[in-house]
Structure formats: structure tokens, C-alpha cells
Design a protein around this ligand. Sequence first.
Ligand SMILES: [Zn+2]
Length: 163
Amino acid sequence: MMSAATGKCPACGFEGGRKACQELFDEIALKVRELAWTDSMKTWRLMHDVYSIQHEEDFCGRYRGLIMHLGGVCLGLEHGGAERGYRALQKSIERDLLKGQPYPPAPGIPRNRGSITIASLRSADQPVLLINGVDRWARSAWLAYADLQPMAREWVKQALDGN
Ligand SMILES: [Zn+2]
């Protein structure tokens, strides 16, 4: 699964390989933390969820991770990224774990995860550019997961209802 140092990231297609893809992501996540504008936490969280669903093998592996991250993208884009939603989602996963609820097999993950990668944020160095860039990137990845959107909306709905 690891790619060579050069070439494309096998998960998202980033030019430069998996390692360079991760390094750029880490750098931009740090930038968001440093700039720390009002609500920057929402951008920070959304970018982690988007990156996780674009690199599903590394970060979602288990079904639980997919619920958290794809559900997180849904919360970010369709529910304004309210903190309460993420807590509810986390709680609903823990509740299922306590109940020993078995998770269904992981659903089909799309091979193509959107044409936009972290590369699009390379030169974003102001809050407005980061906010808009992450939003555009999230919408592209969310669209790539179109087949799983109804399921993600259901996870979010159940989590919000159950709280
Ligand atoms: Zn990548």
C-alpha cells in the first residue's frame, strides 16, 4: 500500500506520493491552528475528516472510522459543523460499542475520491482562503462518496436524535 517516494499518492492522486501528501496536510493543519481565527476549529476538523475519507485505508479502516469521518464531513457540510454533532456522533459509536452492537461489513468505498486534493490548499495562507479551500475540497470528496451519502446522513440523524 505504501507508494514510492515519488509518483502519485495511491489514495488521493496527489502528485508527489503518499508521504509528501501527508506532509503537506500536516503543514496546512498546523497553519490553521496557528492562525486560530474564530471558528477555525471547524475548518481544522473538517479538513481532518476530508483527508481521512480520501485516505480511507489509513484512517477509516474499520467501519467505526468511516462513521466518524464520513459522518463528520456530512456534519460539516450539511449541519454547519456544530460541535454538538461531533460529540453526538462519537457518543453514538460508543453506545453501540457498549451494547456490543456488531457493525455491518464496511460498505463499498469509492475508488475515485474526488478531483481535488490537499494540493489545492498549498498556497492558502489566510483564513478566508483556508475556509473556502477546505469547503471546496470537502464538497468534491463528499460528491465522490455519493453512494454512501444516504447512509452517512442516517448515522448523523440517529446520533443527533439519540442525544
Ligand atoms: Zn493523498
